[in-house]
Design a protein around this ligand. Structure first.
Ligand code: NAD
Length: 253
């Protein structure tokens, strides 16, 4: 599907790697101008150099874990892009473990990045998005819709993203659409480097992730990015408040 987003102004948080990076590539292919956020200036500069489309990319580094960080990222992106049409909140972290492993600092870190960061980036972007009749896509998860053991804190953060998306869709309508995508396992650093490769038996770990999905594989970042670009485009002009599962069937039954 070729989507025309020529000269649309896009900010992707967590755009240096993984799903966010896939979304940046898909937006570039659609003709958009894209501000890439990652935690550091070095990480955004490296991503821009690797993507090789520097005239359509700007750097918007900063930490989404604080409200001040979110405001700085969003305000700089709006200034450099000359406004904002599309905000994608992809910055996120995941950690497995029983709840005994999660003290207050670990809870705060996950909730601050995944849920609070999404809220404060949206809050900072809202007036620019109202001006452009723009839209927002949040990265939730299949486990924002169903529970998973050893992922209690992550589930709490992503369940929050799903229902916050719905509430915002109501509050911002009709000017600004708000949707989220709910991927199953996707082949990114979050899953491969921080999960599969750290397991005592990586091949068995990968097989167990593959077996969880009825479609018997994990997704590519590009498969999530094409849904993000669809939701961002005019084709989805009657879609708001949706939680779009792209999970190979994990939440189907
Ligand atoms: N990979 C999966 O299987 C999967 C499944 C469902 C949902 N998700 C969600 O999709 C999103 C992207 O995940 P991914 O797999 O691409 O992860 P990733 O680890 O590959 O990339 C995460 C990105 O977020 C950025 N980031 C992390 N903390 C940040 C902070 N405090 N401030 C600014 N940027 C920060 C990183 O720099 C990186 O660019 C996350 O919200 C994740 O929870 C991922």
């Amino acid at each position: 599907m070729q989507v025309d987003l020529k000269d649309k102004r896009v900010l992707v948080t967590g755009g240096t790697r993984g799903i966010g990076r896939g979304a940046v590539e898909a937006f570039l292919d659609s003709g958009a101008l894209v501000a890439i956020n990652g935690r550091t200036t070095e990480s955004t500069a490296k991503a821009i150099a690797e993507l090789g489309n520097a005239e359509r990319l700007i750097s918007a580094p900063g930490d989404v874990a604080t409200a001040a960080g979110c405001e700085a990222i969003v305000n700089n992106a709006i200034k450099d892009l000359g406004g904002l049409d599309i905000l994608v909140n992809s910055a996120g972290v995941a950690r497995l473990g029983p709840i005994e492993d999660f003290d207050e600092a670990a809870w705060d870190q996950m909730l601050n990045i995944n849920l609070r960061g999404t809220f404060f980036c949206i809050r900072a972007a809202l007036s620019a998005l109202r001006e452009s009749n723009g839209n927002i896509i949040n990265l939730a998860s299949d486990v924002g819709l169903i529970g998973a053991s050893d992922l209690v804190v992550y589930c709490a953060s992503k369940g929050g993203v799903v229902n916050m998306t719905r509430a915002m869709a109501l509050e911002f309508a009709p000017e600004v659409r708000v949707n989220c995508v709910c991927p199953g396992y996707v082949d990114t650093d979050m899953v491969r480097r921080d999960g599969i490769e750290r397991a005592s038996d990586p091949a068995a770990e990968e097989q167990s992730l593959v077996d969880e999905a009825p479609l018997k594989r994990i997704a590519t970042p590009a498969e999530i990015a094409s849904a993000i670009v669809y939701l961002a485009a005019d084709d989805a002009r009657f879609v708001t408040g949706a939680a779009f599962q792209i999970d190979g069937g994990t939440t189907a039954g």
